[in-house]
Design a protein around this ligand. Structure first.
Ligand SMILES: CC(C)(COP(=O)(O)OP(=O)(O)OC[C@H]1O[C@@H](n2cnc3c(N)ncnc32)[C@H](O)[C@@H]1OP(=O)(O)O)[C@@H](O)C(=O)NCCC(=O)NCCS
Length: 177
């Protein structure tokens, strides 16, 4: 499992010392409600299974996002093979919102997908009532690619989800600006 680095962040494999942070930050309904597969309430065993590479998250590459300045665990990011191609996702604990971290982490992750995993395009979904994530994806250069109802485990129902497609060409074009 590789380690990815950006200006302010490190993306590395999840480890047991992340469990406390995962439970606190991902256990917050304000985070979980915007994710498709995260249960709520979120228990320590859920985090333990995730870090051990088991449970519903096992089919993918998952990274813990750590702040470089102090090594603090701030969130997660990952790649997963979906029905329509590779998908990426990201989340941050609420104290870390609004500092450009999601854009920075997602940008590093998709660079990895394009360069190391030789993907030409990659998907991500955002629930209609989570415009901040839609904005992150637009900033990366992703384009709307259709909408559908998608399960949200934390809310226990399906929510309208916008699928976004990011091509390597669009990403590079945005990076150049
Ligand atoms: C969505 C999330 C990842 C954003 O993280 P973040 O680090 O705050 O994001 P960034 O700071 O990189 O960028 C957010 C952008 O959205 C904008 N934004 C914030 N709230 C917004 C809103 N209500 N409507 C529109 N744009 C909004 C910000 O201004 C910023 O854009 P800017 O850089 O042009 O000013 C974070 O809120 C989160 O973890 N939420 C819970 C989990 C989640 O939603 N994951 C994504 C699942 S698709």
């Amino acid at each position: 499992m590789c380690t990815l680095e950006s200006e302010r962040l490190i993306l590395r494999a999840p480890r047991p010392s992340d469990i406390a942070g995962i439970v606190v930050w991902l256990g917050d309904f304000n985070v979980a409600r915007n994710m498709s597969r995260v249960p709520h309430p979120y228990h320590e065993e859920d985090a333990e299974m995730f870090v051990a590479g088991m449970g519903p998250h096992r089919e993918g590459k998952h990274f813990s996002v750590v702040r470089k300045s102090d090594g603090l665990f701030v969130g997660g990011a990952g790649l997963q093979q979906g029905a329509g191609g590779m998908e990426f996702g990201y989340w941050l604990g609420t104290p870390f919102w609004g500092q450009g971290f999601a854009t920075e982490a997602a940008s590093r992750l998709v660079t990895y997908a394009f360069e190391e995993m030789e993907q030409d395009s990659i998907h991500a979904g955002w629930f209609y009532d989570n415009p901040a994530s839609g904005h992150v994806l637009a900033k990366l250069g992703a384009r709307h690619n259709g909408s559908r109802m998608r399960e949200c485990r934390a809310r226990g129902r399906e929510i309208l989800c916008h699928d976004m497609l990011l091509t390597r060409a669009d990403f590079l074009r945005k990076q150049a600006h």
